[in-house]
Write a new protein. Structure first.
Length: 108
Protein backbone atom coordinates (compact mmCIF):
# COMPACT_ATOMS: atom_id res chain seq x y z
CA UNK A 1 0.00 0.00 0.00
CA UNK A 2 1.17 3.53 -0.73
CA UNK A 3 0.69 6.49 1.59
CA UNK A 4 1.18 10.03 0.32
CA UNK A 5 4.16 11.70 2.04
CA UNK A 6 4.29 15.42 2.78
CA UNK A 7 7.29 17.05 4.48
CA UNK A 8 6.87 20.58 5.83
CA UNK A 9 9.40 23.00 7.34
CA UNK A 10 8.63 24.69 10.64
CA UNK A 11 10.35 27.03 13.06
CA UNK A 12 8.01 26.17 15.96
CA UNK A 13 7.77 22.42 16.41
CA UNK A 14 5.66 22.40 19.63
CA UNK A 15 2.97 24.65 18.10
CA UNK A 16 3.05 22.67 14.85
CA UNK A 17 2.63 19.37 16.71
CA UNK A 18 -0.36 20.73 18.63
CA UNK A 19 -1.96 22.11 15.46
CA UNK A 20 -1.40 19.03 13.29
CA UNK A 21 -2.40 16.60 16.04
CA UNK A 22 -5.75 18.37 16.13
CA UNK A 23 -6.06 18.51 12.32
CA UNK A 24 -5.18 14.82 11.92
CA UNK A 25 -7.02 13.67 15.08
CA UNK A 26 -3.85 11.78 16.01
CA UNK A 27 -0.66 12.26 17.96
CA UNK A 28 2.64 11.89 16.11
CA UNK A 29 4.20 8.43 16.17
CA UNK A 30 7.64 9.91 16.82
CA UNK A 31 8.86 13.26 18.13
CA UNK A 32 12.43 14.47 18.34
CA UNK A 33 12.26 17.43 20.71
CA UNK A 34 12.47 20.78 18.90
CA UNK A 35 13.56 19.05 15.66
CA UNK A 36 11.09 16.64 14.04
CA UNK A 37 7.70 14.95 14.23
CA UNK A 38 6.07 12.24 12.10
CA UNK A 39 2.47 11.10 11.70
CA UNK A 40 1.53 7.91 9.86
CA UNK A 41 -2.20 7.53 9.24
CA UNK A 42 -3.92 4.99 6.99
CA UNK A 43 -3.43 7.22 3.96
CA UNK A 44 -0.89 9.88 4.91
CA UNK A 45 2.72 10.08 6.05
CA UNK A 46 3.43 13.66 7.16
CA UNK A 47 6.58 15.02 8.73
CA UNK A 48 7.45 18.42 10.12
CA UNK A 49 11.04 19.45 10.70
CA UNK A 50 13.07 22.44 11.70
CA UNK A 51 15.07 23.14 8.56
CA UNK A 52 17.02 26.41 8.39
CA UNK A 53 17.37 25.94 4.62
CA UNK A 54 13.59 26.31 4.17
CA UNK A 55 11.13 29.03 5.09
CA UNK A 56 8.64 27.97 7.75
CA UNK A 57 5.43 26.57 6.32
CA UNK A 58 6.98 25.54 3.04
CA UNK A 59 6.87 22.09 1.52
CA UNK A 60 10.32 20.50 1.82
CA UNK A 61 9.38 17.57 -0.44
CA UNK A 62 6.58 15.10 -1.21
CA UNK A 63 6.53 11.45 -2.13
CA UNK A 64 5.31 7.99 -1.24
CA UNK A 65 5.65 5.68 1.69
CA UNK A 66 5.51 2.45 -0.30
CA UNK A 67 5.62 -0.93 1.44
CA UNK A 68 7.22 -2.40 -1.70
CA UNK A 69 10.21 -0.01 -1.57
CA UNK A 70 13.39 -1.79 -0.51
CA UNK A 71 15.49 1.38 -0.36
CA UNK A 72 15.24 5.15 -0.49
CA UNK A 73 14.96 6.98 -3.80
CA UNK A 74 14.40 10.59 -4.77
CA UNK A 75 13.85 12.42 -8.01
CA UNK A 76 12.63 15.85 -9.06
CA UNK A 77 9.58 16.29 -11.23
CA UNK A 78 9.23 18.65 -14.21
CA UNK A 79 8.52 21.52 -11.76
CA UNK A 80 11.61 20.90 -9.67
CA UNK A 81 9.62 19.41 -6.78
CA UNK A 82 11.50 16.63 -4.98
CA UNK A 83 9.62 13.30 -4.77
CA UNK A 84 10.88 10.64 -2.36
CA UNK A 85 9.96 6.94 -2.21
CA UNK A 86 10.67 4.75 0.81
CA UNK A 87 9.16 2.08 3.06
CA UNK A 88 8.38 2.58 6.75
CA UNK A 89 11.52 0.66 7.84
CA UNK A 90 13.70 2.71 5.48
CA UNK A 91 12.21 5.94 6.87
CA UNK A 92 12.76 4.70 10.43
CA UNK A 93 16.41 3.95 9.65
CA UNK A 94 16.87 7.49 8.32
CA UNK A 95 15.21 9.01 11.41
CA UNK A 96 17.37 6.90 13.73
CA UNK A 97 20.52 7.77 11.80
CA UNK A 98 19.86 11.51 12.09
CA UNK A 99 18.50 11.35 15.66
CA UNK A 100 19.72 8.15 17.39
CA UNK A 101 17.90 9.14 20.57
CA UNK A 102 14.58 8.72 18.74
CA UNK A 103 14.93 4.92 18.66
CA UNK A 104 11.91 4.91 16.34
CA UNK A 105 10.41 1.53 15.44
CA UNK A 106 7.43 1.82 13.06
CA UNK A 107 4.26 -0.17 13.59
CA UNK A 108 2.72 -2.00 10.62
Amino acid sequence: MKKFHLAIATDNLPATIADYAQRLSAEPCVVVENEYALWRTETLNISVRRDPACSTGTVRHVGWEDAAATDFSAESDVNGLLWERFSAPVQAAEINEIWPEADYQPRN
